[in-house]
Design a protein around this ligand. Structure first.
Ligand code: DHK
Length: 155
C-alpha cells in the first residue's frame, strides 16, 4: 500500500529562506526545510509533496488538487495568512486535516500578522519554533491520521 501523501505547501517569499531576515527566519533554506520534512515523513511512514509559490491563485489551485489525492495539508501561507479568504475557502472546500505552520511567532510580531484567515480551516497551528515546526506538524498529522483510522482508540 502507498504511504499517505501529505501536501506541504509554502506561500510567498519562503523561497528566500536562508537569506531573508535571518535574525527572524533563521539561516535554513527552503531546501533544508524540504529535507527535514522528507526525513520526518520517512520516519513516520508518510510521503510528501513539498511545494512553494509566490502566487495566491497557484496556492489555491494546489489546495484544490489535494482533494482525492492527499491525506492532509501542512501549510505555511506566509503573507496570505492574513489576507486570503480564497485560500481559506479552498481549505474548507477540500475538507482535509490542515496544520498551519509559521516559522516565527506571529503573535510576538506586528499586530497585522496576528489574525489568520487560514486558522479558521486549521485543526492546529504551530508558530515560533523555527523550521522545527514543520517536523512537529508532520508528527501531529501522523497522529491525526491515526485517530481518523481508529476513532475509538484513546491511545
Ligand atoms: C512567514 C511570512 O512570510 C510572513 O508573512 C508571516 C511567516 C510569518 C512565518 O513565520 O513563517 O507573517
Amino acid at each position: 500500500m502507498n504511504p499517505p501523501l501529505i501536501a506541504v505547501l509554502n506561500g510567498p517569499n519562503l523561497n528566500m529562506l536562508g537569506t531573508r531576515e535571518p535574525e527572524k527566519y533563521g539561516r535554513a533554506t527552503l531546501d533544508d526545510v524540504e529535507a527535514l520534512c522528507a526525513e520526518t515523513a520517512d520516519e513516520l511512514g508518510l510521503a510528501i509533496d513539498f511545494r512553494q509559490t509566490n502566487g495566491e491563485g497557484e496556492l489555491v489551485t494546489w489546495v484544490q488538487e489535494c482533494r482525492g489525492r492527499a491525506a492532509g495539508i501542512i501549510i505555511n501561507p506566509a503573507g496570505y495568512t492574513t489576507t486570503s479568504i480564497a485560500l481559506l475557502d479552498a481549505l474548507l472546500a477540500v475538507g482535509l486535516p490542515v496544520i498551519e505552520v509559521h516559522i516565527t511567532n506571529i503573535h510576538r510580531r506586528e499586530e497585522f500578522r496576528h489574525h489568520s484567515y487560514v486558522s479558521k480551516a486549521a485543526t492546529g497551528v504551530i508558530a515560533g519554533l523555527g523550521i522545527r515546526g514543520y517536523a512537529l506538524a508532520m508528527q501531529a498529522m501522523a497522529g491525526l491520521l491515526e485517530d481518523a483510522e481508529d476513532p475509538d482508540d484513546d491511545e
